[in-house]
Design a protein around this ligand. Structure first.
Ligand code: HEM
Length: 208
């Protein structure tokens, strides 16, 4: 869970950083999207590295879901009788919503791919013009609302997941733990604020 989570976190961070180019305008953003397709060239043929990243991403998502399912089953088997009137003392809201958060993020990614990659759920999709696709896509208010809600769910998921990741990797020590909490909070906040800012910037006309 932790290893695949670390890989997915790295990818989500890189994707967010790349998407900041939206604020530099169409030329920069589309040039970056084009670079994703030619990275690795001329050593490798067109799109090879992109496909390697896509396959690694798919495998990581699959293993992450597998590990989550196994953990859930182990958890349930460890306590066959359900809690009555459970009083949460140490479990945060973020930690208690990991499973539902995961489902929302998965549904979001499926919608997101059909929206901005394949374009079949986009009102005015133009091949090889991701800037146009993002701007016209986010001008639909309910699409933006869904992106915002899903990215808030992603933020909560990352906040607990990043903290828990260090635990699973054995990095649990009183000296290290406050740093671990701050790392999780800072990265969850940076990613959420940036990702939520994109649809808002389009809706208020800062990006057009
Ligand atoms: C508001 C925030 C986001 C924006 C503006 C955005 C934008 C985009 C765009 C424009 C593309 C298509 C790129 C291209 O075809 O060149 C894309 C692809 C993708 N995005 Fe996002 N994205 C956002 C958030 C996310 C999040 C949170 C995730 C994952 C949890 C995600 C996962 C993906 C994936 C898997 C692809 C396909 C990459 C590929 O195979 O080429 N995105 N995104």
């Amino acid at each position: 869970m932790a290893l695949t989570g670390a890989f997915l976190f790295g990818w989500i961070f890189a994707h967010m950083a790349g998407n900041l180019k939206l604020y530099l305008g169409a030329e920069h953003f589309n040039e970056y999207a084009q670079w994703l397709r030619v990275m690795g060239a001329p050593a490798m043929p067109h799109s090879t590295l992109l496909w390697v990243a896509r396959i690694a991403l798919l495998v990581a998502v699959w293993l992450h879901i597998q590990a989550a399912t196994q953990l859930t089953i182990m958890n349930r088997n460890a306590r066959p009788v359900d809690y009555t009137g459970r009083d949460y003392v140490t479990a945060s809201y973020a930690s208690r919503t990991m499973r539902w958060g995961g489902v929302i993020i998965l549904l979001f990614v499926i919608y997101h791919l059909m929206h901005l990659t394949f374009g079949n759920l986009h009102p005015d999709f133009v091949e090889n013009d991701p800037y146009h696709n993002v701007v016209t896509g986010f001008q639909v208010w309910w699409t933006s609302a869904f992106y915002i809600i899903a990215n808030l769910a992603l933020g909560l998921h990352l906040y607990h997941g990043l903290w828990s990741m260090f635990n699973s990797l054995g990095l649990n020590h009183p000296k290290f733990n406050p740093w671990r909490r701050n790392f999780a909070a800072a990265f969850a906040l940076i990613i959420t604020l940036a990702n939520v800012s994109f649809p808002i910037a389009v809706l208020i006309g800062v990006v057009r």
